[in-house]
Design a protein around this ligand. Structure first.
Ligand SMILES: Nc1ncnc2c1ncn2[C@@H]1O[C@H](COP(=O)(O)OS(=O)(=O)O)[C@@H](OP(=O)(O)O)[C@H]1O
Length: 253
């Protein structure tokens, strides 16, 4: 379970990255699912003790993608601090599954095809909802576990699509949710043609602009369009339930 911690110094108007050694291989993938409960609990205690001291004027952010889909995470976070604000970046679950597969394939080139892994029975159109790449995108199910502990008002959903097309707008919503001044604005982003994505610049500093790493924004594996349609159908009820629960239409259909 890889994760990063960031301290946002609200008053000093400065964002400081605090890097920690990863607990394991630093991989953000969800291949830690096999961890047994004890190991997870130890990781949790270690992780908490690694959180930096936070002054009244600071907010500490921790980023661990797998929390959203980890059964025990809502209870543990609630027990640590019930006031924790939660931010979840969600994107079209079909694109998310292909992105996930593309990432795994880059590390393990011998895995079966996406089409092969997606179905329990392709002829019958039976999607394999136990495959992580598919399961993670069933957002409505995962959200249920969180809503048992946290009110919806404490959870903010970032649109992964808008984060690419309008990063400043999406960041404005994040800052409003956190109750901090809108310090990150369109001045902090520019579109990098080579990368094909928005990248960061820090207008007030001499630091060079910075794009996300090579593993973010890769060309996706080509998938049979029929399979894409089948997955779109599969996700539709989960997406609709998700939109209804959060009161926001992410327009994935
Ligand atoms: N600015 C910018 N630059 C590059 N990539 C961007 C950006 N904004 C969003 N994205 C999308 O982020 C996707 C990778 O994020 P991950 O989900 O793998 O990150 S993490 O593992 O949760 O940290 C990555 O998915 P892929 O395109 O499938 O690689 C991107 O589409």
């Amino acid at each position: 379970m890889g994760g990063d911690t960031v301290t946002v110094k609200v008053e000093e108007r400065e964002i400081e990255e605090v890097e920690y050694e990863e607990m394991n291989d630093g991989d953000d993938d969800d291949d830690d699912e096999g961890d047994d409960a004890t190991e997870m609990a130890i990781h949790w205690v270690q992780r908490r003790s690694l959180m930096p001291r936070t002054l009244e004027s600071q907010i500490t952010l921790e980023k661990t993608p797998s929390y959203f889909v980890t059964q025990e995470a809502p209870r543990r976070i609630f027990n640590m601090s019930r006031d924790t604000k939660l931010i979840v970046v969600v994107r079209n679950p079909v694109t998310r599954a292909i992105s996930d597969y593309t990432q795994t394939l880059s590390k393990k080139p011998d895995i079966p095809t996406f089409e092969g892994l997606s179905f329990r029975n392709r002829t019958l159109g039976l999607v394999d909802a136990s495959w992580n790449a598919i399961r993670i995108g069933m957002y409505a199910l995962h959200l249920e576990s969180w809503l048992r502990y946290f009110p919806l008002a404490q959870i903010h959903f970032v649109s992964g699509e808008r984060l690419i097309t309008d990063p400043a707008g999406e960041m404005a919503r994040v800052q409003d949710f956190l109750g901090i001044k809108r310090l990150i604005t369109d001045k902090h982003f520019y579109f990098n043609k080579t990368k094909g994505f928005p990248c960061l610049k820090k207008p007030e500093s001499s630091l060079l602009p910075r794009c996300l790493g090579k593993s973010k924004g890769r060309t996706h594996v080509q998938i049979d369009p029929e399979v894409i349609d089948q997955l779109r159908e599969f996700y539709r009820p989960y997406n609709i339930k998700f939109y209804e629960t959060v009161g926001q239409d992410f327009r994935w259909e």
